[in-house]
Design a protein around this ligand. Structure first.
Ligand SMILES: Cc1cc2nc3c(=O)[nH]c(=O)nc-3n(C[C@H](O)[C@H](O)[C@H](O)COP(=O)(O)OP(=O)(O)OC[C@H]3O[C@@H](n4cnc5c(N)ncnc54)[C@H](O)[C@@H]3O)c2cc1C
Length: 556
């Protein structure tokens, strides 16, 4: 990937027609760290140095004639992490962020050059840890792991300092009188010290949700997994004003996968993180906005536009809502499992978790593709991977290409009909006991790391009061609605659209009364007679709440 390409005279001429020509002098600052909506500068004559934020002003790159400034923050509109200073008199072409986006949409050749350089520069910053965050934590702290994952999955460059192995950091924590319960500590924006912050507090400190105004959106997408990001790309590329709201960080379950090999267009596989980064860049290029660390708790469909209500109290109006909240793995149903989460029990398998269990024996629980993928990935760095599967064979739940590799791998042992029965350890997991039902034996071992990838359930609890769900919690959509639970769940004359949800139970069943949030609180799921009813929405990953008016049969 080219991070510092030269533009040809023809390409510069195309930019010149929409840009502002500026003379610049040595010492002039073109943009500062923390500045939102940074413009793009094409150097015509002279030099511009790019330095990182901080007191020491370390120069990371120099842009010369025919080269340009900028990285991913130009696309996202988020605050700049870097400073651009003129180091040799000359002239530049200045393009505002809006003009950059519109030029990239119209001129594919320039769009590709800019995008490739922006992505490569952000990757370089991540590799070098050149950002505005220093995270002080420990390997045994679940909160440290959660913040590292959040920053990584937001492609936000940061420096990680392990307090246990860095004596300077240990002394610094003592000087700051940091108690154990206040670890991890985040030094943010060269100004703020956050003690054991939540991801929402960290996102706020870094202004990750800047630029999300309150205007009505054509589409609000809930969830930024692969399905939500795909919906955002397609909606934004059609010119719809699109906002994606994500509870944690973009990428969803796929973001926690080390390698995905069955995604169309990636013959050699792609890491979940890279897939997410590419999708975010693609969605933002078309103008979609992405909010992170914000959870949606209710959709008010009693009026149009619909109102999407967040846990933080924020509200957004939308003409259509796409629910792409995916699934999450069930917690290990063992006493103390929650206490060990992030301290030996993991629901992700990325490079960060792999570092924590380097050269140790690990257990992976699950018989699906995610467990298989995790087992192969962890076998690269662990001493041994024990794959615990509840059934007697893998072929019912795992793709054949993974089964072949797992069976052939000398560091993976498959344990059929095996389940964990207890966990032990002081602080960190130190000991696991399991039951082998095939041989009717109970065994145990000093295992310190267990990866759980079994029993995924849809994340629809918050929708129970409003929409028809099946007995598994999947949203019933489209033609299935017409037949579900005796067929009385659809009030309109026209049939439901493909992937359309039920009308808000609250508003149409109680049409005569004023609908209040929670008026059906306590309403249970419908135990439908068609348990496969929601398979269509699970496979496609998204569920659309269309803006069709109740009685006009007209889709929005
Ligand atoms: C370790 C691992 C490895 C895998 N490997 C493979 C593989 O090799 N091949 C394959 O095909 N599949 C694989 N999968 C499965 C694949 O990742 C999922 O099928 C895919 O991510 C589903 O995408 P999604 O967008 O529907 O949902 P998710 O990926 O589940 O994304 C949903 C998003 O919605 C957010 N969200 C949930 N509730 C709310 C709310 N109320 N408000 C706001 N946001 C919310 C979540 O935080 C999440 O980011 C793997 C999964 C894992 C965990």
């Amino acid at each position: 990937m080219r991070d510092n390409p030269n533009l040809s005279p023809k390409q510069i001429d195309r930019i010149r027609s929409v840009a502002l020509l500026r003379s610049v002098q040595a010492g002039e600052v073109l943009y500062e760290p923390s500045q939102p909506d940074v413009p793009l500068f094409i150097v015509l004559e002279g030099n511009v140095s790019i330095s990182r934020t901080g007191e020491d002003d370390k120069i990371l790159a120099v842009r010369e004639a025919n080269q340009f400034t900028g990285e991913m923050s130009v696309i996202s509109g988020k605050r700049s992490l870097l400073k651009a200073r003129v180091t040799g008199d000359g002239s530049v072409l200045e393009l505002s962020r809006d003009k950059v986006l519109s030029l990239m949409a119209k001129d594919t050749e320039l769009g590709e050059i800019f995008m490739e350089a922006f992505v490569a520069r952000r990757l370089l910053m991540i590799q070098l840890g050149e950002g505005n965050v220093v995270l002080f934590g420990t390997k045994s702290s679940a909160r440290t792991l959660a913040l590292r994952e959040f920053l990584t999955r937001n492609a936000h460059p940061f420096t990680y300092v392990d307090i246990d192995s860095d004596s300077f950091a240990g002394e610094l924590m003592e000087k700051l009188a940091v108690r154990n319960s206040e670890i991890p500590v985040v030094y943010c924006n060269n100004r703020y010290v956050l003690r054991n912050p939540s991801i929402a507090e960290l996102a706020q400190c870094l202004d990750l949700n800047i630029n999300t105004d309150k205007s009505v959106r054509d589409v609000v997408v809930i969830g930024a997994g692969p399905a939500g990001l795909a919906a955002a790309v397609y909606a934004a590329s059609e010119g719809l004003r699109t906002l994606v709201i994500e509870k944690s960080a973009p990428g969803g379950q796929a973001g926690s996968s080390s390698r995905i090999e069955n995604y169309l267009g990636f013959p050699t596989g792609v890491s979940g993180q890279e897939l997410a980064n590419r999708s975010i860049a693609q969605a933002q290029k078309f103008g979609a906005q992405i909010m992170v660390a914000q959870s949606v708790v209710h959709i008010d469909t009693s009026r149009q536009p619909y109102k999407v209500i967040l846990e933080s109290g924020l509200k957004f109006n939308a003409r259509a809502v796409v629910i792409a909240t995916g699934a999450q793995y069930a917690r290990l149903p063992i006493e103390d499992a929650d206490a060990f989460t992030g301290r030996g029990i993991y629901y992700n398998a990325t490079h960060m978790e792999a570092q924590l269990c380097d050269s140790e024996e690990v257990i992976v629980v699950g018989g699906g593709n995610s467990a298989g993928q995790a087992a192969i990935f962890l076998a690269q760095s662990s001493a041994k991977v024990h794959l615990f599967v509840r059934s007697q064979k893998l072929s019912d739940s795992m793709s054949q290409y993974l089964i072949g590799r797992i069976e052939a791998h000398f560091r993976i042992d498959i344990h059929y009909r095996t389940r964990i029965t207890s966990l032990g350890g002081a602080g960190h997991l130190e000991h696991v006991e399991w039951r082998d039902d095939a041989f009717e034996e109970t065994k145990s071992g000093p295992i310190r790391h267990v990866f759980v990838m079994a029993g995924a359930a849809p994340r629809t609890e918050w929708l129970e009061d409003s929409f028809v769900l099946d007995n598994m919690g999947f949203i019933v959509t489209g033609p299935d609605l017409a037949t579900f639970a005796g067929g009385d769940q659809w009030p309109l004359k026209r049939p439901p659209l493909m992937l359309e949800t039920s009308r808000d139970l609250c508003s149409w069943r109680h049409a005569s009364r004023k609908c209040e949030t929670g008026c059906l609180r306590g309403r249970r799921r419908f135990d439908g007679s068609t348990p496969r009813a929601s398979i269509s929405c699970r496979v496609r990953g998204t569920t659309c709440l269309s803006s069709t008016d109740a009685d006009d049969g007209h889709s929005g």
